[in-house]
Design a protein. Structure first.
Length: 275
């Protein structure tokens, strides 16, 4: 018996590791299900709330749009301009080896519209607005304001999540298009100084190589990113249960999971649409 017990003790770390993986996998499945239910309920109130005499107010949507979209313009504009110049710098440096600096316009145009503009916009909005969503809903959760809404007959998802989702779906594609233009401007500005390429010629070549599909590729990504940011931020806020410390953890978790979710969604979307 002693030998048998000692033998099983050798496998204890392995069994604990397997059990930990199982628990985390189960928790991940539960979270995915919760996010899916939250998405369905939010769209239900957006589409059918008026027939239930509980519409999602346009004033609430526009208020959220200002917070998650309009107020994010300066930081996204600065980041997009820097990314555009960075792509121009790196592109010219790389293509100069082959004597093909003139092809940098093609590389910048496709990289910005199809990949970098939606990705940069999504990550910055996830860091800025996703954390704010989690903190606001989490604070309401621990102060029992969510329970108070239910008591007076107001559905928390209709009141809190549906306006945020609508605002995010409206503003994130618009921010992505703005990011496209500013990033291209940054690339054009550097090319004008480094290659003596007039900005008018840069944009003329850009419009020659780009097609509507390239721009729509990035805009469609932004719709997916908008859903991811809203759901992760709201879900982490609703699941806060440890007071002020829990709010901080939910805020950090929403930013991390939001950024990872955006990168993974971007990878899957690019793989499926570029084959």
């Amino acid at each position: 018996m002693r030998r048998l017990r000692s033998t099983w003790r050798v496998f204890d770390p392995l069994l604990s590791f397997v059990a930990n993986i199982g628990q985390r996998s189960l928790q991940s499945v539960r979270e995915v299900g919760y996010h899916a239910a939250l998405l369905v309920e939010a769209f239900y109130w957006l589409l059918l709330g008026r027939w239930r005499r509980q519409p999602v107010r346009l004033a609430a949507i526009f208020k959220e749009a200002v917070g998650v979209g309009v107020n994010a313009i300066p930081i996204i504009a600065l980041a997009s301009f820097a990314v555009g110049m960075m792509l121009a710098i790196q592109g010219i440096y790389t293509l100069r080896t082959f004597g093909a600096e003139g092809q940098v316009v093609l590389g910048i145009s496709l990289s910005v519209t199809r990949e970098f503009a939606p990705l940069i916009t999504g990550i910055f909005v996830a860091g800025r607005s996703g954390s704010a969503i989690a903190a606001r809903i989490g604070t309401m959760q621990i102060s029992q304001e969510i329970d108070a809404l239910r008591v007076i007959g107001i559905n928390p998802v209709r009141y809190l999540v549906a306006p945020l989702l609508a605002a995010m779906l409206l503003t994130l594609p618009a921010l992505t298009i703005m990011s496209d233009l500013i990033a291209l401007f940054g690339g054009a500005l550097y090319c004008a100084g480094e290659l003596s390429l007039p900005m008018g010629i840069f944009f003329q070549r850009t419009f020659e190589v780009l097609v509507a599909e390239d721009v729509l590729h990035g805009v469609l990504k932004s719709f997916i990113f908008a859903v991811i940011i809203t759901l992760i931020g709201a879900a982490n806020g609703f699941n806060v249960s440890a007071g002020a410390e829990g709010v901080g953890q939910a805020t950090t978790r929403s930013v991390v999971l939001g950024s990872i979710g955006i990168i993974l969604a971007d990878m899957v979307f690019t793989f499926l649409t570029s084959r």
